[in-house]
Design a protein around this ligand. Structure first.
Ligand code: PEP
Ligand code: MG
Length: 589
């Protein structure tokens, strides 16, 4: 379509690095039509997977139906009755099951073929009523396929074995987590924003990525040659030989820079006037532990445990939890680890919980879900506590809006510890319960929270989202998502001051900590522990080792006096310009 012409796409770079290679476009069509054979012994499981997906789709439809009825009206809601009827239609369900068994093929491929056959038949009737039903039929099938894909726990089967740059409309965190650096050179999407969980996953996997490119799937076809610059947020389709040469050179320089930053691995992050800032890593899944070590993290400041729940057909058992946590703790030796209880909801949804919410980031997410489903919460906390036998146990609660949730969490945790003791199990040597501060109400009440929290950790990704009312995953409002907004800086200052009054440790584990310029601001605001994606540690450490804490404080004080995020950006640019050129000169020298 694009011929051999060169096209440029600009979006947001969310994971550093340069990728050059053939595109692999994941269109929704691929999800539907991908077909593969299954073994005789897998047939029953495949049928069950199909039935589960139908059940999940039906539950989701019932949920939507109810919400539409409550919020709009009965007539609009009745559309979903028609959809539910399709899900009960033996012509579709029984036919799909019979063909999965007969042809020994995967459920999504068979369902899609059955849909197309029935769809063609309806179309041939040439009646507007059937045209509408046809539309419903495809809609329902897509919904079932969506669940089938979530229930399919292995990597996307059609990815080419050789390296490719994945191009998609949007990717969820679970899909992104399935990609491996060995096969995927880069990721680019039409949708997405800098702190969406898919972007965070790409960074965790060290796969260069750009999001918010708007039209990439419209122009790029599988096999087209692409250059992706994950720092600048650029994608070039059909690059010229000169561009390829230029970016190959840039890729070499980037690799050299990564190596030189890794040379700082064993040096502490101490400012020129002797203030130590702890460099901690955020961990998305245990497979990332090698990069944590490679980059010299002093411990784990945020272990996002959601990976346990994403993209699987059933809930993790207590043993599943125990194995994962035990593995992470064993690898970390005696380094500190802060485990976060599940933060499902928002843009991270478990496959067995088809919660349909109109506003998921404001809905049944994180601690709200845990208190609503104490069975999930208890299983996780119990496994965490057991894994920490004889060791200090740091656990933190996401999305705390005030003291009540923290108190309820502590009650449950204490009850679990009591039970473990009664069962004669070995307890953690010490238990520290922390609160994540990511909702403005918690920031405003930081002092009060500190009366009962053993530590605080500021989740700036959400704090920015909730303080500025900007959906962190929505490309359309991405330019309004400003980590440098003076109101955000005021909130952080308020948290640091509140924690200071009670000498409660406070750290930052949101993406702000990964940006060297913003890390200077955070240190200037009084933060002494930063937790970030492991690949960012080197660059942050390098800047902090070249600035005094007194200067960082002066910059932060000036930033707090600015009126707009743009003013703060300009201030940072000028104040850090000299420092950056000094660092660049040292790198050349
Ligand atoms: C945050 O909100 O800053 C945070 C660290 O948590 P998550 O990105 O997982 O929501
Ligand atoms: Mg958060």
């Amino acid at each position: 379509m694009a011929g051999r012409r060169t096209f440029f796409f600009e979006g947001l770079g969310v994971s550093d690095g340069i990728a050059i290679g053939p595109a692999y476009v994941i269109e929704s069509e691929d999800f539907r039509t991908e077909s593969w054979q299954i073994g005789e012994s897998e047939v029953d499981g495949e049928v069950q997977r199909f039935r589960d997906a139908v059940e999940l789709a039906a539950a989701e439809l019932r949920d939507i139906r109810q919400q539409v009825e409550e919020k709009i009206d009965r007539q609009q809601a009745s559309i979903f009755d028609a959809h539910l009827l399709i899900l009960e239609d033996p012509q579709i369900v029984d036919e799909t099951i019979a063909r999965i068994r007969g042809e020994r093929r995967n459920a999504e491929a068979v369902l899609w073929e059955v849909t197309q056959q029935i769809g063609e038949m309806m179309k041939s009737l040439g009646d507007s009523y059937f045209a509408e039903r046809n539309h419903d039929l495809y809609d329902v099938s897509r919904r079932v396929i969506k669940f089938l894909l979530r229930l399919y726990a292995q990597s996307h089967p059609s990815l080419p074995r050789e390296g490719c740059i994945v191009v998609a409309n949007d990717l969820g965190p679970a899909e992104t987590a399935q990609f491996s650096k060995d096969h995927v050179l880069g990721l680019c999407t039409n949708e997405g924003a800098a702190t969406s969980h898919a972007a965070i996953m790409a960074k965790a996997l060290s796969i260069p990525a750009c999001v918010g490119l708007e039209f990439v799937t419209h122009y790029i076809r599988s096999g087209d040659v692409l250059i992706l610059d994950g720092q600048e947020g650029k994608v070039i389709l059909n690059p010229t030989p000169d561009q390829i040469e230029y970016y190959n050179q840039k890729a070499d320089e980037w690799r050299e820079r990564v190596d030189s930053l890794r040379a700082l691995r064993d040096l502490p992050a101490v400012t020129t006037d002797g203030v130590h800032v702890a460099m901690m890593a955020n961990l998305e899944f245990p497979g990332e532990l090698d990069t944590v070590d490679l980059n010299g993290a002093e411990g784990i400041g945020l272990f996002r445990t959601e990976f346990m729940y994403l993209d699987r057909g059933s809930l993790p058992s207590e043993d599943d939890h125990l194995r994962s946590y035990g593995h992470v703790l064993a690898k970390l030796d005696d380094k500190p680890v802060i485990m976060r209880t599940i933060d499902i909801g928002g843009d991270k949804l478990p496959s067995d919980q088809p919660v349909h919410e109109f506003n998921p980031f404001m809905g049944m997410r994180a601690i709200r879900l845990c208190l609503h489903r104490p069975d999930l919460f208890r299983a996780q906390l119990r496994a965490m506590a057991t894994a920490h036998a004889g060791r200090e146990f740091n656990v933190m609660i996401p999305m705390v809006s005030g003291l009540t949730e923290l108190r309820e969490s502590r009650n449950i945790l204490e009850d679990i510890l009591d039970r473990l003791e009664r069962e004669g199990l070995n307890l953690p040597s010490k238990v520290n319960l922390g609160a994540m501060v990511e909702i403005p109400s918690a920031a405003l009440q930081a002092r009060t929270l500190c009366e009962e929290a053993d530590f605080l950790s500021i989740g700036t990704n959400d704090l920015v989202q909730y303080a500025l009312a900007v959906d962190r995953t929505n490309k359309a409002v991405a330019t309004l998502y400003k980590q440098t907004h003076p109101a955000v800086l005021q909130l952080i200052k308020m948290i640091v001051d509140g924690a200071g009054e009670t000498r409660t440790p406070v750290s930052v584990c949101g993406e702000m900590a990964s940006d060297p310029r913003l890390a200077v601001l955070l240190v200037g605001l009084g933060i002494r522990s930063l937790s970030m994606s492991p690949s960012s540690i080197g660059a942050v450490k390098q800047v902090l080792r070249n600035i005094s804490c007194a200067d960082a404080e002066a910059i932060a004080a000036e930033a707090l006096r600015q009126d707009t995020p743009e003013d703060v950006e300009v201030l940072l640019h000028f104040r850090l310009k000299e420092l950056q050129s000094k660092i660049d000169q040292e790198a050349v020298g």
